[in-house]
Design a protein around this ligand. Structure first.
Ligand code: CUA
Length: 164
């Protein structure tokens, strides 16, 4: 069987792009930790305020766990509760978030924290915040007229101030 030269090039190109895409997928999944929410933790989105830990949003120091802090975030059109969080640099943190109405996003700009918040599901991410700075938590899922105004602030602060 005779395969035309251009057809051969096209087949090599097709196979090559497939391999490239699989490598990108593998690196993002296993190295960068990008994966869909496991949907194992469900919640009645109309009663979010009544259930722990969402009855007490904010930063909580925890003992005896693999992480130092838990950040509980509740999203609703068009804000996050709390509106500002301050965490010492180097902390290992578990983010726990959900939504009270429609689908929202939760992206901490400049980090690998990027979750979709779906009504009825709890999204989680465990990460170490090793770079001090002020980060903006943005909603990256279009959720209505106030979408662009929906944000919160995460301050990663250096508490070991040796200046004196
Ligand atoms: Cu919430 Cu867009």
């Amino acid at each position: 069987m005779e395969i035309h030269k251009y057809e051969k090039w096209w087949m090599i190109f097709g196979t090559g792009t497939l391999i490239v895409f699989l490598i990108i997928l593998g690196v993002s999944a296993f190295h960068s930790g990008t994966h869909p929410n496991n949907s194992k933790w469900t919640i009645d989105y109309e009663k979010v305020d009544e259930y722990a830990p969402f009855d007490n949003p904010g930063l909580h120091k925890v003992e005896g766990k693999d992480w130092d802090y838990e950040v509980v975030l509740v999203a609703q059109a068009f804000a996050y509760n709390p509106t500002e969080i301050e965490i010492p640099v180097g902390s290992k943190v578990r983010f726990i978030a959900t939504t009270k109405d429609v689908i929202h996003g939760l992206e901490v700009a400049g980090t690998n924290i990027n979750m979709m918040l779906e009504p009825g599901y709890v999204s989680e991410k465990i990460t170490t915040l090793d770079k001090a700075g002020t980060y903006t938590i943005v909603c990256n899922e279009y959720c209505g007229t106030g979408h662009a105004l929906m944000y919160s602030t995460l301050k990663v602060v250096d508490t070991n101030d040796n200046s004196n």
